[in-house]
Design a protein around this ligand. Structure first.
Ligand code: SF4
Ligand code: SF4
Length: 318
């Protein structure tokens, strides 16, 4: 019994001492095979040399992660589409098997084959997938989702809430299994874009749309960005988030303990999911828990809500 207590105590101490870092990795890749009208990376390409540099940088990052002892979550947020390159698929599979990596995820249009990902650890791999109705048929996209199901790979699916895509987004929700969470990003390039009944319609698909619909006044407000979450680029430069450009250290030269500290936001607003989820006062870490990076709420699936027509109102969000 005494031995059990000692072991349990030691385990608890390790668990408490082990900090979690959530890292957003964005390499130098800047190309995409799709052609979305609102995106600067539409149908762009990188040279072989540029891709080789991006591969080397990603593998350097993986080597750095491999020798860390903290609990780590990684979300790859490429400027473009990265999973079409096999070194990203191989690298993610490798990261998924590291015992201290609780999550490795990537934002992807899901157009690439998932072959190397089928060797990944399904407990830590999860994808953030986006359906682009102007680029791929729903049937083709759902076939890709079925491949993920067969490979036991968890994923969220989302879309940008453009008015001309409402029907396609609703059909996407209907044809995916209830276990798959479908999120919607509010289209924010035009102010006051949505009529009230359109917001209600989108909340029927994504009951958490209200969180994304808003822009959060952030100046002077606490944010975990720069404390327990941060971004890393191809050179290892560390920034608090993708929206604040000041470099606060370098992954390969500086000790993280010196550059990570509690801070307040210096931007006027934060309007993107990968940013505002780190604002403690919104308490979204409780909503998503370990699904934070791939955007899967811990409470999903909400079968009662999906099948009873229960409605969410915008007034439920702060
Ligand atoms: S798939 Fe993503 S990166 Fe590619 S063009 Fe569309 S929005 Fe841009
Ligand atoms: S609130 Fe948003 S913009 Fe401000 S530090 Fe946090 S993630 Fe960055």
């Amino acid at each position: 019994m005494a031995l059990f207590r000692r072991r349990h105590f030691t385990y608890e101490r390790i668990r408490i001492c082990m900090r979690t870092w959530n890292i957003l990795y964005r390499g130098s890749l800047s190309s995409c095979n799709y052609d979305c009208g609102y995106c600067p990376f539409a149908k762009t390409s990188n040279t072989k040399e540029q891709l080789e540099q991006d591969r080397v940088a990603f593998e350097r990052f993986i080597d750095w992660v491999a020798v860390q002892t903290n609990r780590i979550g990684i979300l790859i947020t490429p400027w473009g589409e990265a999973l079409v390159h096999s070194y990203y698929r191989r690298g993610m599979a490798k990261l998924s098997h590291l015992p201290h990596v609780y999550r490795v995820s990537i934002q992807t249009n899901l157009s690439a084959p998932i072959d190397e990902l089928t060797c990944a650890n399904p407990r830590s791999l999860a994808l953030w997938t986006t359906f682009h109705p102007s680029q791929v048929s729903l049937t083709r996209f759902l076939e890709r989702c079925q491949e993920l199901d067969v490979a036991n790979i968890r994923y969220s699916v989302g879309a940008v809430g453009l008015r001309e895509h409402f029907d396609a987004i609703e059909e996407l929700r209907q044809r995916l299994g209830p276990e798959v969470y479908v999120w919607i990003n509010a289209y924010k390039f035009e102010p006051n874009y949505y009529a009230e009944e359109e917001v209600t319609r989108l909340l029927e698909v994504d009951p958490y749309f209200g969180w994304n619909f808003k822009d959060y006044a952030s100046a002077g407000k606490p944010c975990y960005a720069g404390e327990s979450t941060f971004t890393v680029d191809a050179d290892g430069d560390i920034r608090r988030c993708h929206f604040l450009h000041e470099v606060i250290g370098n992954l390969y030269q500086d000790g993280l303990e010196t550059c990570l500290q509690p801070r307040v936001c210096t931007a006027a607003i934060c309007d993107c999911h990968i940013g505002y989820i780190h604002r403690p006062e919104l308490n979204l870490h409780s909503l998503y828990r370990d699904g934070l990076l791939e955007r899967i709420p811990a409470t999903w699936p909400q079968l009662d809500r999906l099948f009873s027509g229960q409605r969410t109102s915008l007034h439920q969000f702060v």
